[in-house]
Write a protein that binds this ligand. Structure first.
Ligand SMILES: NC(=O)c1ccc[n+]([C@@H]2O[C@H](COP(=O)([O-])OP(=O)(O)OC[C@H]3O[C@@H](n4cnc5c(N)ncnc54)[C@H](O)[C@@H]3O)[C@@H](O)[C@H]2O)c1
Ligand SMILES: C[C@@H](O)[C@H](N)C(=O)O
Length: 342
């Protein structure tokens, strides 16, 4: 899977986005993307869809960090009206006016079924979830959304013959997962409700594939770094917040220890990998769930990189015990996996 793997390049890409708008950054033409490191706006290889055979896509939990960007990318490929964003929150104006948006609570099976039937949905991208830190803060809700909600999604997808993409996470590994490198198929004993629910999703999707022929596809995302969308309560959120705080106040308080090394990926690469897996011919998939990788770094290294552009940045550490504990598990599972695999 082609991905950008250097921290340096990622920091430049975030700081050059219109939202961050940092002036101190090298001009884009000096960055030197390789031909395979395209942005999310580019039209990359694989299947091309005519007006007649394009998929009809529903994205659940679409107002989170990843959904709006994915919708934008898919709408360019399949047409604006063929990609419906959904969530239980009220969309901001720019999202509401950019394409179809619909209310959908994944805990409401009948509502979900109605949306799928009325809109002739063929592909379902299931982004609704409570992430690792907010999940630990509300285990009953995380269990409901991440497990009961997933059951609704699986049943709807199987019943209506949908292609189903559900992302998993580095949080689906645990302290006993093998490393150096961590294979796609290995011991997974996470100790968070988020991780447990994602292992459950991986296994249920695989089971539905073999039992009912469900076209289930899954990637284990690392922590995702974006400029124009906010993360929703994960352990890797600091790696987004640091950019905003660096630009706004020049001061950042990190809730992880300076040496907490975690696997990360820039959002464009994550979304492109997602589309490539979604569009891959069924016969090319040898498994239902794959790891994807880009780079690993710790807060201290990220701060040093940001300081190359914003030298005045001050970083303090006020460690959050829950996030630190979750981060340690993600580290154990993945410390060596995400380096130099490309
Ligand atoms: N962002 C990352 O770093 C990352 C990394 C690994 C995996 N993932 C996975 O990717 C997916 C998307 O991540 P994200 O960062 O956009 O998440 P997010 O937390 O930013 O957004 C999740 C969305 O789910 C919605 N939601 C909550 N309860 C719902 C319900 N009952 N019905 C419908 N929607 C509901 C929320 O309103 C929210 O908009 C998630 O499944 C997440 O586990 C994300
Ligand atoms: C890693 C990923 O699943 C999410 N960003 C989290 O930290 O919970």
């Amino acid at each position: 899977m082609p991905v950008v793997r250097t921290l340096t390049r990622t920091v430049k890409r975030v700081l050059q986005s219109p939202v961050c708008g940092c002036q101190a950054v090298t001009s884009v033409r000096f960055i030197g993307f390789s031909p395979r490191q395209v942005t999310s706006d580019a039209s990359f290889h694989s299947v091309s869809f005519s007006e007649a055979d394009h998929p009809r896509v529903l994205i659940t939990g679409g107002l989170g960090q990843l959904g709006v960007g994915l919708a934008k990318l898919l709408r360019k490929r399949y047409g604006n009206n063929n990609v419906i964003l959904s969530d239980i929150r009220k969309p901001p104006d720019h999202v509401f006016h950019s394409g179809p948006f619909i209310y959908s609570d994944i805990l409401d099976y009948k509502n979900l079924r109605e949306i799928v039937v009325n809109n002739r949905i063929t592909w379902l991208i299931h982004y609704s979830a409570l992430l690792s830190a907010v999940g630990e803060a509300n285990v009953p809700l995380a269990r409901a959304v991440n497990i009961t909600g997933l059951h609704n999604i699986l049943d709807i997808a199987a019943e209506h013959g949908l292609r189903l993409f559900v992302p998993s996470t580095i949080g689906a590994f645990g302290p006993t997962s093998p490393r150096n490198p961590t294979p796609d198929l290995c011991i997974q004993r996470p100790r968070t409700i988020y991780g447990v629910s994602k292992v459950h999703a991986e296994l249920m999707g695989e089971y539905y594939h073999y039992r009912y022929g469900l076209d289930f596809r899954c990637l284990r995302y690392p922590g995702i770094i974006s400029a124009d969308s906010q993360p929703g309560g994960g352990t890797t959120d600091y790696a987004v917040q640091i950019f905003h705080d660096a630009i706004k106040s020049g001061r950042f308080v990190c809730n992880l220890k300076p040496d907490t090394r975690l696997p990360m990926m820039y959002i464009d690469d994550c979304l492109r990998a997602t589309v490539e897996v979604l569009e891959a011919p069924a016969e090319s998939l040898t498994m239902r769930t794959y790891n994807i990788n880009a780079m690993s770094f710790n807060p201290e290294e990220l701060a040093q990189e940001v300081r190359k552009h914003l030298p005045e940045l001050e970083v303090a550490y006020d460690v959050d015990a829950v996030r630190q504990a979750i981060g340690e598990y993600m580290v154990y599972g993945n410390r060596y996996n995400y380096w130099n695999l490309l």
